[in-house]
Design a protein around this ligand. Structure first.
Ligand code: SAM
Length: 448
């Protein structure tokens, strides 16, 4: 397969991935560079499965499984319910020997983000197309390439040889050059319908399934909510909730009973969160809030009643469980063709994650559960934050995941975390045996 070898720009110093990013604890990880190379290669490749979580508030898992099988309409595609996570449907990639990946004469060039979506089963939508050869007609078969180094100009009309291009698969033209590049207001809809890709991921347009019946969600995100273990009638906070994929899962495990509060800093994201809530018929209250500033500081909690349904700020020790799915450098995305992240951006997240964590600990009731997660791979944002938290909050204990939910690999060395603690946190990466998904990190704590 023609995946590129590293997702980062050539001047990117990968040492930043294995440092704690904070001046007070700047140690380098003890890992060897072969291992890092393996991880970076893995980030360039596509997960070998697609996972969908069924909305159990409104749907039966078997019913949705049958709908998906009917939609895919191909007995060669293996579709099954996950053996442990019973509301999760797994669609396996098709072995590529079975696919027609012979290159066509006509070519289409797409951007790196669109390329990543195509390899995970999307058709090509108009905004993702950068170039299409002159002469390509509606319903022509074309080969699709990703412009890895962003050298192709919008509207390009020839064979592209000015930069690195990677073949991702074959598709059929559904929009002409004129529609794509000359008519300004037509940049919507499917431009190329994909027939086969080098990842073998079946094309699935989730919009063709009943609204609110299920959601495309990576397995580590699902495991993360299982570790939180929400129960009916509890009081639960999702501190960084939009677009709400995990919030709707929490609501489902609570059976819509109890109090669930979801926060996000950005208003348009709250609007989206509320849309998903309504589609999923999930019961939670959403508020726009900066979760670094949601603690109501009153000397004695006795003075005030604690109605979290009114939104932040909240009194200390208000919640039974808190999910902190933190803003992060998001380096765990798969597949990646090119990553433009800079060291400055990557370093900027740890102070924010610590502030959010401080609020989470204060808002958690004694004996409450806190789950901290990121979709990134750096030591600083993952083990670094856990090590800092265990040092700062003596009332926090890192919890060992139940064996059936221990599907990731152990944490990286390079912080104060003991071997025992490294085996309690979970990294989802190239070393995880049971899950081939995106890069992800999760740790679960209990407060005494
Ligand atoms: N949990 C979400 C899900 O599963 O759908 C994904 C959350 S995403 C990793 C992180 C979110 O944190 C973003 O939506 C971002 O807007 C939000 N965010 C960033 N800084 C924040 C802050 N200070 N307070 C609250 N939300 C914040």
């Amino acid at each position: 397969m023609e995946y590129p070898n590293t997702p980062f720009k050539s001047d990117f110093n990968t040492e930043i991935l294995t440092k704690t990013h904070c001046d007070d604890a700047c140690q380098e990880v003890d890992s060897n560079s072969d291992e890092l190379e393996g991880l970076l290669k893995w980030l360039c490749s596509t997960p070998n499965i697609t996972s969908l979580r069924v909305n159990t508030l409104t749907n039966d898992v078997e019913d949705v499984l049958n709908l998906i099988k009917a939609y895919l309409n191909d007995n060669n595609i293996k579709v099954e319910i996950h053996p442990i996570l019973k509301e999760v449907i797994i669609i396996h990639n098709i072995p590529i020997e079975r696919l027609d990946l012979n290159k066509e004469k006509q070519e289409v060039i797409i951007d790196v983000h669109c390329g990543a979506s195509v390899l995970r089963g999307a058709h090509i939508f108009a905004p993702g197309v950068i170039g299409m050869q002159k002469g390509a007609q509606l319903n022509d078969k074309v080969s699709v390439y990703v412009d890895v180094n962003k050298k192709c100009k919008k509207g390009f009309c020839d064979i592209f040889n000015l930069g690195r291009k990677v073949f991702v698969g074959n598709g059929v033209v559904k929009m002409t050059r004129k529609e794509l590049f000359c008519d300004n207001n037509s940049l919507k809809g499917i431009a190329i319908e994909m027939l086969a890709t080098i990842s073998g991921c079946p094309t699935l347009n989730i919009n063709n399934l009943p609204t609110g019946s299920c959601i495309l969600q990576n397995l580590p995100s699902i495991i993360c909510v299982y570790l939180l273990a929400p129960k009916p009638n509890e009081v639960i906070l999702d501190m960084c909730a939009a677009p709400g994929h995990k919030t709707t899962h929490i609501a489902a495990l609570m059976e819509n009973k109890g109090i669930l509060v979801a926060l996000d800093k950005i208003q348009p994201k709250i609007n989206k969160l509320e849309r998903i809530r309504d589609e999923f018929k999930a019961n939670f209250k959403a508020f726009r809030a900066d979760s670094t500033k949601i603690l109501l500081k009153i000397e004695n909690n006795m003075h005030s009643s604690n109605n979290v349904l009114n939104g932040p700020p909240f009194l200390m020790e208000s919640f039974d469980r808190i999910l902190l799915d933190a803003p992060c450098s998001a380096l765990g995305k798969r597949p990646q063709f090119l990553n433009d992240s800079t060291e400055k951006i990557i370093r900027s997240f740890v102070p924010l994650q610590r502030k959010l964590f401080e609020n989470a600990v204060a808002l958690l009731k004694p004996h409450g559960t806190l789950v901290y997660s990121t979709c990134t791979i750096t030591l600083g944002e993952n083990e670094g934050v856990v090590a800092w938290a265990l040092k700062k909050f003596k009332n926090l204990k890192l919890i060992e995941p139940p064996s059936e939910l221990k599907l990731g690999s152990k944490g990286w060395k390079g912080t104060d975390l003991s071997d025992k603690h490294l085996s309690y946190v979970q990294r989802f990466d190239h070393l995880s045996v049971d899950v081939d998904s995106v890069g992800f990190f999760v740790a679960c704590f209990n407060k005494s």
